[in-house]
Unconditional design. Structure first.
Length: 246
């Protein structure tokens, strides 16, 4: 299982939000590129970057920082937040980003994203399908920086994309994000059972190396972790030992 460190950008700084709420922000660094260099030294292959300002406004406002991190890093960078058009995807792929993470457009305009998958290749597009659990436990999609209930279930969306050749899907249980309460193991197990060929990226709630080991035991291909690495709850040595034990 791949461990993917995460950098969230807001106002030019590296931050973490609590459950996606912009007024509940923890600032970690005013030099996100330095965090990128720190993560590049880990025994990992990928780096996940989210432009929170772009996710909220639809206009990317941290372009220079993202470009700096992507060009300096030897990792495969995937970027989400504010990628709304075909030219955005093409531009970022040309700028050294390996995968574009598509959220709101993937929910509201699936045919557009299906066209991007066909044009750019399935390996370069990640579907960001983030959920809140309904009263009956059904995962319902959220959009526009987790501020809007999309009125669509995760299963309805994934059924459509599975038939369209999508490969990568990033799923966050919003209630777990930044809360350090552990991932939603049940949700990820069900995704894997329903869509065994999907390259799932689990995101939200990772507390420590034991959580990552549990996700690996479930068969999750990749897991994103931000706060646990930034807070030192997962150490560089633990990341290396995790990779060696595979």
């Amino acid at each position: 299982m791949r461990i993917i460190p995460a950098i969230d950008l807001k106002d030019g700084k590296c931050v973490r939000l609590f459950q996606g709420e912009f007024d509940k922000t923890t600032e970690y660094s005013n030099d996100p590129a330095a965090i990128g260099r720190r993560f590049s030294a880990l025994d990992v292959e990928d780096l996940h970057i989210v432009d929170l300002d772009g996710a909220r406004s639809g206009a990317q406002q941290n372009r220079e920082i993202v470009t700096e991190i992507a060009t300096q890093s030897d990792l495969a960078v995937q970027l989400g937040g504010g990628i709304r058009g075909r030219d955005d995807v093409a531009g970022w792929l040309d700028s050294g980003v390996m995968r574009c993470v598509i959220g709101s457009v993937a929910i509201y305009e699936p045919q557009v994203v299906t066209d991007w998958i066909e044009e750019f290749g399935a390996d370069h597009i990640v579907l960001a399908l983030d959920v809140r659990l309904g009263e009956d436990g059904t995962p319902v999609l959220t959009a526009k920086g987790w501020t809007e209930d999309a009125g669509l279930t995760l299963w309805e969306s994934l059924d459509n994309y599975a038939a369209s050749g999508a490969v990568h899907v990033l799923c966050t249980d919003v209630s777990r994000d930044g809360a350090m309460e552990g991932p939603n193991f049940h949700l990820y197990a069900e995704i894997l059972q329903r869509y065994p060929t999907m390259q799932l990226q689990a995101s939200g709630g990772v507390r420590d190396i034991e959580d990552l080991e549990m996700l690996r035991e479930l068969g999750v291909p990749a897991a994103i972790t931000g706060r646990a690495l930034l807070d030192g709850e997962i150490s560089e040595a633990e990341v290396s030992s995790f990779r060696l034990s595979e």
